[in-house]
Design a protein around this ligand. Structure first.
Ligand code: FE2
Ligand code: FE2
Length: 233
């Protein structure tokens, strides 16, 4: 949608004004990885009419992890282990464990609760957690988010240096693939008519959430400057 491109363009311009925007993208990607991974574990025992939803979610989780890894490398750090290794090692604890360690930066990041931490996320998820929704809504909002992410990264290309552009191009393709796969799953689970209704609702929520991004941006900027002061002290 044209309006999405315009919003993504503005957002991409603003976000690249922050010197640590790659670190923010890394955190977002790792958040998506955890969400997909947990959904995959839950989706394993779903009945046949859910199709390949579990496999789609697993593939997407690994792909999101590789995106986080790319942003990590661009920021000069590295995630401790491969996505597949993490998935195997921590499978039993997937539902109560969400802390990631980055090798070189000694940075640790609590992934849990992203859907209730930021105002835009609260608005998007209607003041509920992302995983409190049923499968129809989950797949619909994931589809809407992936679609916007694809749009956003495409616009981001304009503002990043060549070394980031080069790494971002394949990620853009992946986000489109995620959107297409989720769309196919949604059709399969809900049928064409209900899927259109669900997507419409989540697109509206997306626009409401986007209106709150400036508030989160200010909070993020202030949070980081407080962190800088603490580190310097
Ligand atoms: Fe991604
Ligand atoms: Fe994605």
């Amino acid at each position: 949608m044209m309006i999405d491109n315009l919003i993504a363009l503005i957002l991409a311009r603003i976000i690249t004004l922050f010197p640590n925007y790659l670190s923010l993208l890394k955190k977002l990607e790792i958040g998506v990885f955890f969400f997909c991974w947990r959904c995959y574990l839950e989706a394993k025992n779903l009945p046949g009419y859910y199709g390949r939803l579990d496999e789609n979610l697993k593939e997407q989780a690994l792909s999101e992890y590789s995106h986080a890894q790319v942003f990590c490398q661009l920021t000069g750090s590295k995630l401790n282990m491969s996505g597949a290794g993490l998935m195997n090692r921590e499978e039993k604890q997937a539902f109560n464990w969400g802390c990631v360690n980055w090798d070189s930066s000694l940075e640790s990041y609590q992934v849990d609760g992203m859907s209730t931490r930021y105002l835009s996320a609260k608005i998007f998820f209607g003041f509920r957690t992302a995983n409190s929704y049923d499968w129809c809504d989950r797949v619909a909002f994931m589809c809407v988010l992936e679609d916007f992410q694809h749009c956003f990264y495409k616009e981001l290309l304009r503002f990043v240096p060549p070394e980031v552009q080069e790494k971002l191009a394949p990620i853009i393709e992946d986000e489109l693939t995620h959107t297409i796969n989720l769309h196919a799953s949604l059709w399969m689970i809900t049928g064409v008519k209900r899927s259109s209704n669900l997507l419409l609702i989540w697109h509206i929520r997306k626009y409401l959430a986007l209106l709150c991004i400036p508030v989160d941006a200010v909070k993020f900027a202030l949070g980081n400057s407080v962190g800088d002061v603490k580190r310097d002290a």
